[in-house]
Design a binder for this molecule. Structure first.
Ligand SMILES: [Zn+2]
Length: 217
């Protein structure tokens, strides 16, 4: 596969992932964004273009320094967060959403209580990054601190950001995070009742098992 083919294929996968965030209710309109890294290029959803209208001609890419590298559309305003993740981690894909339950949880706690063992899929209890204006370096810094030893975090009064080795992995972790936020909200909504939480040891044991998860070979 040539570089050009790899980039075109990654763009098709990015558009499919972005559409999936809308279809699955994780994003309303264009209120989220998706990126994928191919070599030293970061392909990213452009600002303000509905995902059902994105086609091959809209390919938008920047270098790791944020400089435009492909296309004429303006990259998402959340580009600083995406670039910060790629610079600081081995991420190959990043998904950012304003998913409803996750955003609700971000206003209530500083860390999502470990109500389910899938907490381990994100590296441990998911932190909430302090609020900062969207699109700013300050928000990217707050996010990086919250991401330490984690593959995702909540952004206070804003949403989620999650990374992975592939777009599918980043997407699946995002969906799991939103689902866990929904579970915690449901369980903690009964007056006078507190959800049972997992211990750090229980989360760690689930993490060990998840790393061995899947088909053998
Ligand atoms: Zn956002």
């Amino acid at each position: 596969m040539t570089d050009r083919e790899a980039i075109d294929r990654a763009w098709d996968e990015l558009v499919a992932t972005a559409r999936r965030t809308v279809a699955d209710g994780l994003v309303v309109g264009t209120s989220g964004n998706v990126s994928v890294r191919v070599g030293d290029l970061v392909l990213v959803t452009p600002s303000g273009v509905p995902y059902d209208r994105l086609g091959p001609g809209d390919l938008t890419a920047v270098g790791l320094d944020g400089r435009p590298a492909r296309g004429t559309l303006r990259p998402t305003s959340e580009l600083p967060m995406h670039l910060a993740v790629y610079r600081a981690t081995g991420a190959r894909a990043v998904v950012h959403t304003h998913a409803a339950h996750a955003t609700a949880v971000s206003t209530l706690v500083t860390e999502l209580p470990p109500v389910h063992y899938m907490t381990a899929a994100l590296g441990g209890p998911v932190r909430v990054a302090p609020y900062a204006l969207y699109g700013t370096e300050e928000l990217a810094e707050n996010m990086l601190a919250a991401l330490r030893d984690r593959t995702g975090c909540l952004l206070r009064n804003h949403g989620t950001i999650v990374y992975g080795g592939t777009l599918d992995e980043a997407y699946d972790r995002t969906a799991q995070l939103e689902w866990m936020c929904r579970v915690w909200l449901a369980a903690s909504s009964l007056p006078g009742r507190e959800p049972a939480l997992l211990t750090p040891e229980q989360v760690a044991a689930a993490g060990d098992r998840l790393r061995g998860y899947g088909q053998p070979g």
